[in-house]
Design a protein around this ligand. Structure first.
Ligand code: ZN
Ligand code: ZN
Length: 252
């Protein structure tokens, strides 16, 4: 299995997972044209995609989904709640249900509902029979489902959205600070690092920090927080970028 990130942050999110002949995209928070450009950077064309899994209806996750489905016939999966929240409706190939498994050719996907200010947000654990990858962004706190499903992974992409001091001192109005920092908002650096500790991820080959806020975080702070909490090598940690995303990472 291998994975790559087309881009990550409040201006668009999309992650690509590949095993054998299966390509699965998680979210498409870019215009179709931009998504095509970013897929091409990774050597993939939309026609190769077996599915797009939509985590939730926020625009930084769904912008290109409808066109990807309509122009390229890519099957789309989302939860019932997310379907109700989509501003540009698109037919679902299947509905995602918390705790259930979806088999997409070589990849088995476990659906995990998370705590976030959307109608029925989900995140995913991928298993190709050999290795397991967790993708976990857009959550304000770790709920029992997260703690149950994200243990013992080989690779993890996890949100490190903000630094709590930067958020408190930053430019957001009070209600937005409360929303972002709340239990249905986003994980801050420390919460995220402590969650990785709690998940006992000693076997991780890759740990990727994602969905960093451009206004309320920076890569140096996030990296310092994780190396502090985990005691890991700063060079081993990777950070997904809004523009460049992250190149292919093989899970050996
Ligand atoms: Zn988001
Ligand atoms: Zn969101």
């Amino acid at each position: 299995m291998r994975f790559a990130i087309l881009g990550s942050g409040s201006r668009g999110n999309s992650t690509l997972v590949h095993s054998h002949n299966s390509y699965v995209l998680i979210d498409c928070g870019f215009s179709l044209r931009e998504a095509e450009r970013r897929l091409a950077r990774l050597g993939v064309v939309p026609a190769q995609l077996d599915a797009v899994l939509v985590t939730h209806e926020h625009s930084d996750h769904v912008q290109g989904v409808e066109l990807l489905a309509r122009k390229h016939g890519v099957p789309v999966y989302y939860s019932a709640g997310t379907g109700r929240g989509l501003r540009k409706p698109v037919a679902a190939q299947g509905l995602l249900v918390d705790g259930e498994r979806l088999v997409l050719d070589a990849l088995e996907v476990t659906v995990v509902q998370v705590s976030h200010d959307a109608l029925e947000p989900t995140q995913f654990v991928f298993d190709d029979g050999r290795k397991r990858l967790g993708v976990l962004t857009d959550l304000g706190e770790a709920t029992p489902g997260v703690l149950a499903h994200y243990r013992g992974l080989d690779a993890l992409v996890i949100e490190a959205n903000h630094d709590s001091n930067m958020l408190a001192a930053g430019p957001y109005p009070y209600h937005l600070k409360a929303r972002v920092g709340g239990v249905r908002g986003h994980l801050n650096n420390r919460q995220s690092a402590e969650l990785v500790m709690e998940l006992a991820c000693s076997g991780l080959q890759h740990l990727v920090l994602a969905h960093l806020s451009e206004k309320n975080n920076n890569p140096w702070l996030a990296r310092a927080c994780f190396t502090n909490v985990l005691g890991c090598d700063a060079d081993w940690l990777q950070i997904a970028d809004q523009q460049q995303g992250l190149e292919w990472q093989a899970i050996a």
